[in-house]
Design a binder for this molecule. Structure first.
Ligand code: HEM
Ligand code: HEM
Length: 186
């Protein structure tokens, strides 16, 4: 397996970034659910509301950095051919779903960042560095960005479900091991 994608399969960089972003998205959904149910001055699993917000913002911005690398990496090398076991319908579905997943990797962090900055809340990156706020406080922009953030988070569950469903279907019904295309050593 080379570093970049080739006609023989996905490269190491694609595989690493894919699974890193899967883990980060899972943290973001679970973390946001806890964060919005932890009242100010209380803790959940020993962590305060402020800590959850801090980590949500910091990990979300990490996704943005990885997404930029991922899109550059996608343009390098050669995309592997379709898996032989994907039906024409599944190929069409994947063709529609993949741009949505890539879009989400940018829209989610960007809208969260805009909401936080336009709302004047700021970002303390990993609890260490206070990021400068280049955006003037704007309640309207904050409201719009918050709406986009929350609406996209819910709307995204559909393409994510389709993506996951295809992989799981191939794993357990067709048993063709489609997931191995995204695992190391294959
Ligand atoms: C991949 C990146 C991200 C994902 C998947 C994500 C996901 C989510 C989800 C699922 C919610 C809860 C929505 C709800 O149930 O109402 C949420 C809320 C929130 N997110 Fe993110 N987020 C991401 C990045 C960010 C970033 C980078 C920031 C800020 C710098 C941010 C700030 C917030 C804030 C402040 C809320 C609370 C919104 C409210 O007031 O209800 N998020 N996010
Ligand atoms: C547990 C959840 C997930 C599983 C099991 C999974 C599995 C896979 C597999 C097996 C492939 C290769 C398909 C092929 O071409 O044969 C793939 C590709 C892909 N997945 Fe996932 N995935 C998951 C979650 C996600 C998430 C959360 C995202 C993004 C938000 C994502 C984005 C992509 C993209 C964009 C591709 C196309 C290859 C690329 O350009 O990186 N996946 N996934």
């Amino acid at each position: 397996m080379g570093m970049l994608n080739s006609r023989h399969g996905y490269g190491a960089v694609t595989k690493f970034l894919h699974w890193a972003i899967v883990v980060l998205f899972a943290f973001q959904y679970v973390g946001a659910t806890i964060m919005l149910r932890t009242d100010d001055g209380t803790t959940t699993l020993g962590l305060s509301q402020a800590t959850y917000f801090n980590w949500h913002k910091s990990l979300g911005l990490t996704v943005l950095v990885l997404a930029v690398i991922r899109i550059i990496n996608r343009g390098a090398g050669e995309l592997p051919p379709w898996a032989a076991t994907l039906s024409p319908f599944e190929q069409k579905l994947i063709h529609r779903v993949e741009p949505l997943l890539y879009g989400a990797m940018f829209v989610m962090p960007a809208s969260g960042y805009l909401y936080t900055m336009a709302g004047g809340y700021g970002v303390m990156l990993f609890g260490i560095i206070e990021l400068p706020n280049p955006i003037r406080t704007s309640p309207l922009l904050a409201l719009a960005a918050r709406f986009i953030h929350i609406a996209t988070a819910f709307a995204l569950l559909l393409p994510l479900g389709a993506h996951f469903g295809i992989v799981i279907g191939h794993q357990f019904l067709e048993k063709d091991g489609l997931i191995r295309r995204m695992l190391s050593g294959s």
